[in-house]
Write a protein that binds this ligand. Structure first.
Ligand SMILES: [Zn+2]
Length: 101
């Protein structure tokens, strides 16, 4: 029987959904730091390239509630990224316009 990758709930056949989830994070290939996924997410949000931090993704089966939570998290992240990208774009345009004289 399959079980949810995130919460471990048992899933009946046909239940659950497949999602690409982070299966692990490693820094400089030396050690694994699952709880500091926040740091990686923050770096990804800010758009900073962190070459020493690697994330591994894989397709895992999730229960409906975890799927819902993950999708909500991702749409929120997408909104934040759009907001940041939008403001950077605006600042860049403003800087270009003020520089044209
Ligand atoms: Zn779950």
């Amino acid at each position: 029987m399959a079980s949810c990758y995130l919460c471990g709930t048992g899933l009946a056949k046909g239940q659950g959904a497949r999602r690409n989830v982070r299966t692990g994070t490693s820094v400089a290939g030396l050690f694994s730091i699952p709880p500091s996924a926040f740091l990686v997410a923050l770096a990804a949000l800010v758009g900073v390239k962190v070459p020493s931090i690697r994330s591994y993704f894989g397709l895992r089966t999730l229960c409906p509630s975890c799927t819902q939570r993950l999708d909500a998290q991702r749409s929120l992240r997408r909104k934040i990224v759009l907001l940041i990208v939008g403001s950077i774009f605006f600042i860049t345009i403003a800087a270009m316009l003020s520089g044209q004289r």
